[in-house]
Structure formats: C-alpha cells, structure tokens
Design a protein around this ligand. Structure first.
Ligand SMILES: [Zn+2]
Length: 110
C-alpha cells in the first residue's frame, strides 16, 4: 500500500487507521485460486472496508470538481472585468455568468 490512506469517513481521523493485507484461497483445490485481500480498519469505532472502497470518495470528488469549476469561472469573470473596464461586452459577461451558474448548480448527490 503506497498510497496514503484517506481519513475515516465517519470520524475524520487518520491516526487510528490500520491497513492489513493477506492472501486467501477462493474455491476448492481443483479450480480455486488465491486472491489478495487488502482492508482498512478504523479502530476508533471498529469500521473496516476493502481498501479500494475506503479510498473511493465519489461525492467528495464530485463536489471538489464542481467547486473547482466554479472557482475557474469566477476567476475568468474577474480577469475579464479587470481587462475590459472601458470596453465592456455584456454578451461575454453573460457567457461567464452562465458558466458560473452551471458550475454552481451541478452538485451531484450520487
Ligand atoms: Zn473512524
């Protein structure tokens, strides 16, 4: 496990996390196979999950992407305003405001 473990989604702590991995046999001796099991435990309240699930934060990632898009739209708008104080084009401003509105309203709850 080379990737840093993300904080516990329940308590937000990282100091009580424990990573364990082992190999276990699946199936019988004739057609079975061994697989690597990697699990993260939070000893703060005995929660555990497979490391792929533990490290996956789809809602947080979506919210960060939406926030980043909103910040970029805002920066473009402010940059445009700084550069066009005398020659202000309302159509361009409307485009930037629409982008900002879309970015701010595309919060996904999946
Ligand atoms: Zn926890």
């Amino acid at each position: 496990m080379s990737e840093e473990l993300k904080a516990c989604p329940f308590c937000g702590r990282t100091d009580n996390l424990e990573f364990q991995s082992w190999t276990e046999q699946v199936g019988n001796d004739d057609d079975g196979y061994s697989q690597l099991v990697e699990v993260v435990f939070c000893n703060n309240h005995t929660v555990s999950a497979h490391v792929d699930i533990w490290q996956s934060r789809p809602l947080e990632d979506a919210l960060r992407a939406d926030l980043c898009a909103a910040k970029e739209a805002y920066d473009r708008l402010m940059d445009y305003r700084r550069k066009n104080t005398l020659n202000f084009q309302l159509e361009k401003l409307d485009d930037y405001l629409r982008d900002l509105h879309i970015a701010l309203t595309q919060v996904r709850y999946e």
